[in-house]
Design a protein around this ligand. Structure first.
Ligand code: OGA
Ligand code: NI
Length: 356
């Protein structure tokens, strides 16, 4: 999705090459005391941050276990909470979700071991194309980044086909289990969100052919940065797909845009952060809002996050649900296309907004 940071506030710089040095290697090089100018933004993203203790500014919390084992009243209460969270916030945190804390820890450690591999070994997984099922690199969207980003990443497609690097040892097994457990949470949430929109429970599953829905397991690595006020991890964007689940290593950096203010997100221990993403906005004809968010960096500690975007099947055409379209008051607000077409268009930088 197009960045909301006006591009002319960003300095132009070199374009990423697939063999570009990782930010991790750069951050660890002994000579680095200041930020190389190609990583430098012209304004300080921290300046716009609102740090608020106001309860009104706190992200909704959803107890997902009540959707599975709650009483009918509890279930409908959570469905109601989801309705508000999806329309007023575009995000929420889930607790009691069934992904074991030990598994999440093991996944974070395994990703750390991957990033610790020698640069030459990671090179093998360098990919350039959005459809490469295993891809590591630096930056965000090479066709849109105007400045280098303080972020390395590894992305693997984990469903409907499971892909993962063959190193470090044990990575694949942990990634498979972790992806499976997270997908189970999404399955429960999508049914409840369908209901919250007044649609039948399986509406979203059917409309997106979720049996073949794409799941991506992605890790972001943000090393401590010598000048965090002049760099950025990931600029403002919304995620593609239906829902993205996110955890981090306890170091904060995620911000969301809520009522035109940037708010720091501090995850509750062992909670999952859920982003409403573009294809849920499209499917709901704008009732659910995909959340604008970004990642800032700091000069104290390495931050790692794991994001799991869950999307429709790649070849299903996604359009606003006819039940939510009214020719008079709610005409279809989005162009229809397959998820694959959307991803490819987005990579070219020609997708200016979700309106196509
Ligand atoms: C992403 C993302 C935010 C974070 O991976 O799409 O927005 O906190 N990550 O790392
Ligand atoms: Ni994101």
């Amino acid at each position: 999705m197009a960045s909301t940071i006006p591009l002319d506030t960003l300095k132009t710089s070199t374009v990423h090459s697939p063999t570009m040095k990782s930010v991790k290697a750069l951050a660890e090089s002994a000579s680095l005391s200041s930020l190389p100018s190609i990583y430098s933004f012209t304004h300080n993203p921290h300046d716009e941050t609102i740090i608020s203790d106001d309860a009104e500014d706190s992200v909704p919390i959803i107890d997902v276990s009540l959707l599975v084992s709650g009483t009918p009243e509890e279930r409908s209460q959570v469905v109601h909470q989801l309705n508000k969270a999806c329309s007023d916030w575009g995000c929420f945190m889930v607790i009691n979700h069934g992904v074991p804390e030990s598994l999440t820890k093991a996944m974070i450690e395994s990703f750390q071991e991957f990033f610790n591999l020698p640069e030459e070994e990671k090179q093998e997984f360098h990919g350039n194309h959005v459809m490469d099922p295993i891809r590591c690199g630096t930056g965000f969207n090479p066709s849109m980044d105007k400045v280098n980003l303080w972020r390395d990443y590894l992305k693997c497609f984990t469903y409907p086909e499971f892909h993962s690097p063959n190193k470090p040892a044990g990575f694949s097994e942990i990634a498979l289990e972790f992806s499976k457990k997270n997908r189970e949470v999404v399955t429960v949430l999508l049914k409840a969100i369908s209901k919250s929109l007044g649609l039948e429970e399986s509406y979203i599953d059917k409309a997106t052919n979720i049996e073949l829905g794409l799941q991506i397991l992605a890790a972001n690595y943000y090393p401590a940065c010598p000048e965090p006020d002049r760099a950025i991890g990931i600029p403002s964007h919304t995620d593609h797909g239906l829902l993205t689940l996110l955890v981090d290593n306890g170091i904060s950096g995620l911000q969301i845009l809520h009522k035109e203010k940037w708010i720091n997100v501090n995850l509750l221990p062992n909670a999952l952060f859920v982003h409403i993403a573009d294809h849920l906005e499209i499917l709901s004809n704008g009732k659910c809002k995909s959340i604008e968010h970004r990642a800032l960096v700091n000069d104290k500690a390495t931050r790692m996050s794991i994001a799991l975007p869950h999307g429709p099947s790649l070849d299903t055409v996604i359009r606003p649900a006819p039940e939510l379209v009214d020719k008079g008051s709610h005409p279809p607000a989005y162009v229809e296309m397959t998820y694959r077409e959307f991803l490819e268009l987005q990579q070219t930088g020609r997708l200016r907004s979700k309106f196509g």
